[in-house]
Design a protein around this ligand. Structure first.
Ligand SMILES: [Zn+2]
Length: 321
C-alpha cells in the first residue's frame, strides 16, 4: 500500500526559539527542534498543596486577553508577543491545524491527474498513503473542523485559507510535497498565526474556567446552567481528538492519553483536573493552579500573606479572607 507513518503518541515538538513576523509565529532561523512529553509534567496535587500543571502557564499567558483583542485593530497588551515567543520555546505551538484536520488529499507529486496522496490521522499517528485512486472527477481537499470547538466535520479545498494560513512561507508549487504531520520537515514549514493561537487559547480558557462549578448544580440559575453547559461542550469538543493509550510500567499496564495536538493534550489535562479537583486563579499573584482542597483560595502561603499585608495597609480593600 506504500504507506509511511509518523507516530505522535504522547509526544509533542518544540523549537528552542521562535520569531514573530507578519502576524505569524515561526520557528527562528537555525532553531533546534526537540520532541518532549507534555504529560511527564502532569499530575494530581499532593495533599493540601496546590499544583501547577503544564496548561496553567497557557491560562496565565493569556489572562489579560479577551475576544476584543483578537479582532481588528488587534490591540494587544505590551510585552505579550515576547512572553508568547518564550512560552512557545518551552511548550511549542498549540497545533491548531492538527487539532482541526482529520484527513487531506493532495495532488500526486508526479502530476498524475487520476491519483492523489492521502494524509490521514489514525489513533496515534499520521499516515501518508500514496497512489489513492481518484474515481470520476478529481477531488482534492481536506476534512476539517471549521472552528476549534465545532463538533461537525466539513470538506474544504486543500487550498482553503483554513489550511494555508498555517504555511505562509510554503510556495504553491511545493504544496504537493507537504511533509507528513509530525515529521521534522513538517515542523520547519508549520507556523501559527498569532490571532489563531490566541483565539484557540481563549476557547480553551473559556472551556476550562466556565466548566468549573462555583456552586452545586441544583442551586444554579437557568442562565448560569446554560453558560456552564456551553463551556462543558467546548471542553468536550477540545478533548474529542484525544485517545487512550496503555503503556507498560514494569509488568503492569498504565493508562495514558495521546493527542495529535498540544491543545488537545492540555484540554485533557484540564478535564482530569476538573474531575474531583478545582482549577482556580490566585487572587494575589493571578496565576492559575489546581487544588484538591475545597477551602483553598491562594496558590501558596506567601500569596495568602501578601493579601493579608495588602488588607492591613488598606482595610477597605475587598476580597477573600
Ligand atoms: Zn498566588
Amino acid at each position: 500500500m506504500d504507506t509511511t507513518q509518523e507516530f505522535f503518541g504522547d509526544v509533542w515538538h518544540r523549537f528552542d526559539r521562535y520569531d514573530y513576523d507578519n502576524g505569524h509565529i515561526f520557528p527562528a532561523a537555525g532553531a533546534k527542534l526537540e520532541a518532549y512529553r507534555p504529560w511527564d509534567a502532569f499530575g494530581p496535587p499532593k495533599g493540601k498543596d496546590s499544583r501547577l500543571n503544564p496548561y496553567h502557564s497557557l491560562l496565565d499567558l493569556i489572562r489579560d486577553i479577551e475576544w476584543y483583542n483578537v479582532i481588528p485593530p488587534y490591540k494587544l497588551p505590551s510585552g505579550l508577543i515576547d512572553k508568547l515567543l518564550e512560552w512557545c520555546s518551552e511548550h511549542g505551538l498549540l497545533g491548531v491545524l492538527l487539532h482541526q484536520l482529520e484527513s487531506m488529499v493532495l495532488p500526486d507529486p508526479s502530476g498524475n491527474m487520476h491519483e492523489g496522496v492521502r494524509y490521514v490521522k489514525t489513533g496515534a499517528s499520521w499516515q501518508k498513503r500514496r497512489r489513492v485512486q481518484l474515481i470520476g472527477e478529481t477531488v482534492y481537499g481536506a476534512i476539517v473542523r471549521r472552528g476549534l470547538t465545532d463538533p461537525e466535520l466539513s470538506l474544504v479545498s486543500h487550498q482553503d485559507p483554513l489550511i494555508t494560513q498555517f504555511f505562509p512561507r510554503l510556495p504553491p508549487e511545493d504544496w504537493k510535497d507537504l511533509p507528513l504531520p509530525f515529521a521534522a520537515d513538517f515542523w520547519k514549514v508549520y507556523s501559527e498565526p498569532l490571532v489563531t493561537f490566541l483565539s484557540a487559547a481563549i476557547e480553551f480558557r473559556d472551556g476550562v474556567q466556565g466548566s468549573q462549578l462555583s456552586r452545586p448544580i441544583e442551586r444554579m440559575s437557568e442562565d448560569d446552567k446554560m453558560s456552564w453547559n456551553r463551556s462543558m461542550a467546548k471542553l468536550r469538543v477540545l478533548t474529542s481528538t484525544v485517545n487512550t493509550l496503555l503503556y507498560p510500567e514494569h509488568s503492569t499496564l498504565r493508562l495514558g492519553y495521546v493527542s495529535g495536538s498540544l491543545l488537545g493534550a492540555f484540554s485533557m489535562m484540564a478535564t482530569l483536573d476538573l474531575s474531583q479537583r478545582r482549577v482556580l486563579r490566585c487572587p494575589a499573584c493571578r496565576n492559575s493552579f489546581t487544588t484538591k482542597s475545597q477551602a483553598a483560595l491562594y496558590c501558596k502561603k506567601s500569596c495568602r500573606k501578601t493579601m493579608q499585608m495588602r488588607r492591613h495597609r488598606d482595610p477597605n480593600r475587598k476580597g477573600p479572607a
